[in-house]
Design a protein around this ligand. Sequence first.
Ligand SMILES: [Zn+2]
Length: 247
Amino acid sequence: MSPFLKSTLVLSAAAFLASCAAPSHRPSIASSSGRDVYGHRPGPRGFKTVIIDAGHGGKDSGAVSPFTGLKEKDLALDTAKRIANNLSRDFKVVMMRSDDTFVELDDRVARANQYGGAILVSMHYNSSASNIRGPETYFWRVDSHSLAVRCQQAMAQACPAESGSRGMVRRRIRLTRNPEIPCLLLEGGYLSNAAESRMIADAGYRQKLANAIASAIRTQAAIGDAGTGPLPLPINAPPSRPTDARE
Ligand SMILES: [Zn+2]
């Protein structure tokens, strides 16, 4: 083996090791596509595409209200369409599903990753003990924080059960960690709470909620992170898997 070849091999091995180690240390730099694996960057501004995901669908009803009989999958789709209608004059709006079909979570992530310069908002309704109520916003990525603050504050203004962004939750689930664009999961309130479930059954309330969320998205597109406070610490966590946590 020539010294030249040996040094080449050593360099190659070093490069290989560096490439193996890279994912956990790599600074999160926006690619030309506008996508970013970890999202350790400021929140988005000037984005042109909004992907609206209606949770569940088809064989997966999500939560069912014991008070109204309404299903989360239908309420989420209805609300998602109202958000989309509001935004469609100013943004390219992509609906993850527009009818009662089931889409796997990993497929939703893959579809979201076809877009750059975009954000993803997934719409859901919640279920728990009957005394718990109020909208919640789940986020994970640093670049999703200010949009999460805006959406939670907007929903709080529409919903009397929430104030002061109590419902902000940083949680690593597939739709908050795995997309390579800023992404949120919104819970528009609890179907398991009698008063809130009846409120959610009202189309006028869902329109109010949808308008509030659309307004938060517009504000984020216009001014980015301004006025939403310090960004959270970046966390290099692996992609979320189905077994990780409740989704
Ligand atoms: Zn859900």
